[in-house]
Ligand binder design. Structure first.
Ligand SMILES: [Fe+2]
Length: 308
């Protein structure tokens, strides 16, 4: 078997508003328009994804919360209705997806061997969370590529931040080893918003874009600083300021997907491409791409642990 590899990673946030704005047949509520800059950013990301022709999409979502350990979807075919508990008025989505169970099991085993608590999710009636579904729909609405879904253990929220993100670093490196051993051509999707300060009231018409803007100027400035570091490939500085960013911008990257993806890619210092940025109910969202294929494949694997 040829050695597998990660061909790209994407920062692929999951506000359900984007699916609502697009009006796909799977989603019940109907909109007039909305959040076009982000939706068109995803259209550009979809184009690259199509060119990369991956075997599998791996997604880590903050909204599949598992308090005890890191869980992996482990049922070959899942079907059902996913509803956002915060915005049930916007997202009631009939999903149907195929899971790459062999790779999921390999990820689970590698992470367990690295010392993490892990578990396969075997419930055939499992309702996949809206974060996983939104990210996958926005990246690949055809649903024709198998997926590996990974839960958020949310350890950064109840351990100290350094320890929690350290677990995500371990999970990322384990994910990479599993991809290499199973020979997959893989794309990673980090389902995270950046600045997560948000409004507490929804406009009467949710898609009324005259009401949409950053919730705070400070949060906006943080997002631009982080995006610029990613665009320049200044990975060391990016991870140096990450704890402060998480603290001051209430950033959703705290839940770990972002660190998981970077660790799996080997903390590459390649420039990320920004497909687009936009606000959703005040939060900051960027669709970004790290194309390891274009930059000559993965850089040497960096085993450096994240500073606590
Ligand atoms: Fe979220």
């Amino acid at each position: 078997m040829t050695k597998g590899r990660i061909v790209a990673g994407f920062l692929a946030p999951h506000p359900p508003h984007l699916v609502y704005g697009e009006n796909p047949p799977q989603n019940e509520p109907r909109s007039q328009c909305g959040w076009e800059q982000l939706r068109w950013a995803y259209e550009r990301a979809r184009k690259t994804l199509d060119e990369l022709k991956p075997d599998v999409l791996l997604v880590h979502s903050p909204h599949w919360t598992t308090q005890l350990g890191h869980h992996f979807l482990g049922v070959p075919h899942l079907k059902g209705k996913s509803v956002d508990p915060i915005f049930p008025n916007l997202f009631r989505y009939e999903f149907e997806l195929d899971v790459d169970v062999e790779l999921a099991e390999a990820c689970c085993a590698e992470a367990r061997n690295a010392g993490l608590v892990t578990r396969m999710m075997r419930n055939p009636g499992f309702r996949v969370d809206y974060g996983t579904i939104t990210t996958l729909h926005m990246m690949r609405p055809q649903w024709d590529i198998p997926v590996v879904g990974i839960s958020a253990n949310n350890s950064p929220y109840y351990l100290n931040l350094g320890e929690g993100l350290g677990e995500m670093d371990t999970l990322g490196k384990a994910t990479r080893r599993a991809i290499e051993k199973t020979g997959r051509r893989a794309v990673l999707l980090a389902s995270n918003t950046l600045c997560h300060w948000h409004f507490h009231q929804e406009p009467l018409i949710p898609e009324d874009m005259s009401q949409e803007h950053p919730q705070t100027f400070d949060g906006y400035k943080w997002d631009m600083r982080m995006i610029e570091l990613m665009r320049r490939g200044e990975t060391q500085e990016l991870f140096r300021v990450l704890p402060q960013f998480i603290q001051e911008a209430f950033a959703e990257v705290k839940s770990g997907a972002f660190t998981w993806m970077y660790a799996a890619m080997g903390y590459p210092n390649i420039p990320a491409e920004l497909h687009g940025y936009g606000n959703v109910i005040g939060t900051g969202n960027a669709v970004m791409e790290w194309n390891l294929e274009r930059y000559g494949g993965n850089l040497p694997f960096n085993e450096r642990p994240i500073a606590a």
